[in-house]
Design a protein around this ligand. Sequence first.
Ligand code: MG
Length: 247
Amino acid sequence: MINLASDLDGTIYKGNKLIDGVEETYRLLIKKNVNVIFTTNNSSQSPDVLKLKLEDLLNQKINIENIITPLKLFKFYVDHSKYKLYVYGSNNLKEFLKNSNYSLTSLEKSNAILIGRKDDINIDEIEKIINYVKKGKTIYCLNKDLTYPTESEELPGNGAVVKIIEDNMKIIIKSFGKPDFFYTQYFVDSKIKVDYVVGDRIDTDINFAKKINAYSILVTSGVSNFLPEDSADLKLNSFSEIIPFII
Ligand SMILES: [Mg+2]
């Protein structure tokens, strides 16, 4: 069986709209016995919410095992009984973690800090976090995306805050997003050999493909890249063009 890892935002859909031709291509891939694994850095929606969204857009049942997100990997790798977590992030994120049995607390009482995304960057809060990390608190982040796409524009992502902390402290924060440690490790630990990666970002998707030794396909249906696009093995306009290169 061929394993194909596909990004979501900018590759399968944009906002709430499926990208042209994706539904037909997805059906054909399934018919040809290609296992499509959805690999996203989206950490503002739970895997269940993404499953419903995909089922609605693709008119197909989706196996939740085939949706890999930073939140899923956080749950997989971080034992909920081990930490009292301070979460820098949205209420949605906090709710998801509480529902997954994590105990959330104040920065002072926490023994680990998780960086997610908030709509407004809070510099005071970031400075406090830096001080506590200097004193030895563990820190993780959900992904290092500098921006994230909305239907109309790209806005500052988790990575903007992560970069402030990393640059200030000269550290590397462990991340649950593509192409970072836990994301690639998950495919090693679950013994999934990915043959192809499709995505619209060089910094996340194409670098993820390289780290797991998969063939990388860049699609230009999503974001504009700040890194050179010739690092991808193949460049196409859209997911709907991949079939001849895979089957
Ligand atoms: Mg994308």
